[in-house]
Ligand binder design. Structure first.
Ligand code: SF4
Ligand code: SF4
Length: 112
């Protein structure tokens, strides 16, 4: 009997739209609230470190002395906690993803 159930599913799926996108020919649709990559307006940052302390993935490193704000995008889980706690509102969650990279490098933003 199971063979009939499976055959019915196979026949049905022949007439359904594919569940996947034909990337890169069919571009991904980003929604207004898509959780993508974190962006910073470094000129507004006061290097208080609140974002680093709140980050559950240890993806951020803030150095007040050197005026550096560093993000490891491979660690970031796009939770948005850093955006919520920033007192200067200089962090935003963009609705697009980071581009692929060949090296595991941290991204450094400097206000110095
Ligand atoms: S919480 Fe905001 S102001 Fe403070 S270090 Fe992070 S980005 Fe800069
Ligand atoms: S979005 Fe979450 S994981 Fe990513 S840097 Fe901010 S607090 Fe850390």
């Amino acid at each position: 009997m199971k063979i009939f159930v499976m055959a019915a599913k196979v026949l049905k799926s022949l007439f359904l739209k594919p569940a996947t996108l034909g990337y890169p020919f069919v571009p991904r649709v980003y929604y207004k609230n898509t959780r993508g990559k974190i962006a910073i307006e470094i000129a507004k940052c006061i290097y208080c470190g609140a974002c680093q302390r709140k980050c559950p993935a240890q993806a951020l490193n803030v150095n007040k002395a050197e005026k550096n704000w560093v993000i490891n995008r491979l660690r970031c889980i796009s939770c948005g906690y850093c955006v919520d706690v920033c007192p200067k509102k200089c962090l935003t969650m963009e609705n697009t993803y980071s581009v692929s990279a060949t090296k595991k490098e941290e991204e450094v933003f400097s206000g110095a």
